[in-house]
Design a binder for this molecule. Structure first.
Ligand SMILES: [Zn+2]
Ligand SMILES: [Zn+2]
Length: 81
């Protein structure tokens, strides 16, 4: 008895279109999505031109935080010695 285990195929066609203006993206430009995960045409590649959802400020904050933590660590060590 073979159970017909049908793997639900989700036919997700890659659209290769600019997420912002829906223009076709030339082959050369494909494969390099923005940090927000969407692909854009040459006009809208820059985060400013497509109102990028990617919050670079929070990323910056994260980086700054980890840097501060690292610095504190160093300070603690210095103080102990
Ligand atoms: Zn576009
Ligand atoms: Zn983006």
């Amino acid at each position: 008895m073979n159970d017909s285990m049908e793997t639900t195929k989700t036919t997700t066609k890659k659209k290769n279109r600019c997420y912002f203006c829906n223009k076709k993206i030339p082959l050369v430009m494909r494969g390099t999505p923005c940090q927000c995960g969407h692909e854009y045409c040459s006009e809208h590649r820059l985060p400013e031109t497509h109102n990028c959802e990617f919050d670079c400020r929070s990323e910056h904050l994260k980086n700054a935080e980890s840097k501060i933590k690292a610095m504190k660590c160093v300070c603690d060590k210095v103080n102990r010695v």
